[in-house]
Design a binder for this molecule. Structure first.
Ligand code: GUN
Ligand code: FE
Length: 429
């Protein structure tokens, strides 16, 4: 299979946040890794290209996971009776400390990278740990999967306990520069992202240093924002001059810009002021509903943010989120928005399926450029899905089938997955 071809099947993709275009037996064209559009009838100019006919399978754009912690993958699903701060100190920090041992990291990251290759995700933004060697190992492994990623060596110089804390702001910044230098020019699909864990983990001096480094090197930033009430109160104590949590990031010049947007996970408690700060900087919200349920954090009013024009994608946030399956994340996000409407604020309508499909594909994909839909000029990222086990007594439309796929993820399987026109996973081999 070269990098120019046509896939045939039941096609669905977003055209803006309120519209899904479908073709029951359509064509999606890839030329040199770039999508040339999807069509009900194949235009004459593409008739010379090889057609791969997937029969009744579904073909959708690849999904973007904007927030996932690779070192937490192997302990997902335990310790879930705790809330954020207790969960971090009892389970997460002790686990991440083990990545000081490279042999441990090599093995554990194999489980993460192999499962990432096999899931609906074609793009991901990943937290590693504070350890340089282990982070480079993770990047080496990710590069081989063909999934396109941003990866962050984590910065944390306070409140990590004895085993998961850098000696000083200076040391943390020095290690970050050494990590960036070590991987410069090494990868095609794997890019660095600066990763101050969250304000409680990073001194003012460290935060300022990260802001400066981001500007100097043109490298984006990811972090956590307004996830949990105790966390927010703690940030107010740590940075008393700030008007809100997002303003604390702003003060340290880490909120980014439209050209180099910061990704902030959660934003469960972001109010109007915080929403305005996010929008002003062109920041992305990584909405992590599975995590927010598991750690009893709350429900982010995503519909409000979306209507206000804030950039948003979905994050699985493993291991606070218990799976890398984006269909599951979509479903929980839908259910959460319905309960927010019913129980919290009836002026905030539930997210529609159209909006959720958009967030999982084009919404998050836009962080990576022209990614996440089958419009002309977008990178050709696609997932071919077999939903033949989802029995029905009548013919379902493609729109009905993708909604059912999301509500019943256990009944569908991935047949092939493409990134920029390259097949990176096939169920057959
Ligand atoms: N805030 C700071 N670190 C973390 C983490 O590892 N997971 C989550 N969910 N929130 C965080
Ligand atoms: Fe997280």
């Amino acid at each position: 299979m070269n990098n120019s071809f046509i896939l045939r099947g039941g096609i669905a993709f977003s055209n803006g946040k309120n519209n899904i275009i479908t073709y029951s037996k359509g064509y999606v064209v890839c030329v040199d890794g770039v999508c040339k559009g999807a069509f009900a009838d194949l235009p004459d100019m593409y008739k010379g290209l090889r057609v791969y006919d997937y029969g009744n399978n579904l073909i959708i754009p690849g999904m973007s996971d904007l927030h996932v912690h690779a070192p937490q993958y192997t302990f997902r699903g335990i310790g879930m009776d705790e809330e954020l701060l207790e969960w971090l100190s009892r389970y997460t920090f002790p686990e991440e400390a083990k990545y000081a041992n490279l042999d441990y990291a090599i093995k554990a990251y194999t489980y993460f990278t192999e499962d990432l290759r096999r899931c609906f995700t074609t793009r991901a933004v990943v937290f590693a740990t504070l350890h340089n060697e282990a982070t480079i190992e993770l990047m080496n492994q990710l590069e081989k999967t063909g999934v396109i990623t941003y990866v962050g060596k984590v910065n944390m110089d306070r409140n990590g306990g004895e085993n998961l804390q850098e000696a000083s702001a200076e040391q943390s910044l020095k290690d970050t520069v050494a990590w960036l230098d070590a991987i410069a020019g090494k990868y095609k699909n794997t890019m660095p992202i600066l990763t101050p864990r969250f304000i409680p983990s990073c001194s003012d001096e460290l935060m300022r240093g990260i802001g400066k480094l981001s500007k100097e090197r043109g490298i984006p930033i990811q972090s956590h924002l307004s996830e949990n009430k105790s966390e927010i109160a703690w940030v107010q104590e740590l940075v008393p001059e700030s008007t809100c949590y997002a303003n604390a990031y702003e003060m340290f010049d880490t909120m980014g810009s439209k050209e180099l947007p910061t990704i902030m996970a959660h934003c469960v408690y972001s109010d109007r002021l915080e929403m305005q700060i996010l929008k002003k900087h062109g920041a992305y919200i990584a909405h992590c509903a599975d995590s927010n349920m598991n750690l009893t954090s709350g429900i982010a009013p995503i519909k409000k943010f979306l209507d206000a024009g804030v950039n948003i994608g979905l994050g699985t946030d493993v291991a606070a989120g218990s799976s890398m399956n984006m269909l599951k994340t979509m479903l929980i996000s839908l259910q959460a928005s319905k309960m927010y409407y019913r129980l919290v604020d009836t002026s905030v309508k539930p997210l529609t399926f159209e909006e959720m499909f958009y967030l999982a594909t084009e919404g998050g994909g836009s962080y990576f450029g022209k990614v996440g839909t089958f419009k002309d000029g977008y990178d050709f990222d696609a997932v071919v899905i077999d939903d033949s086990k989802m029995f029905s007594m009548r013919d379902m439309s493609v729109r009905e089938r993708i909604e059912r796929m999301c509500y019943n993820d256990a009944d569908v399987s991935i047949r092939d997955k493409f990134v920029k026109g390259k097949k990176i996973f096939s169920a057959i081999i």
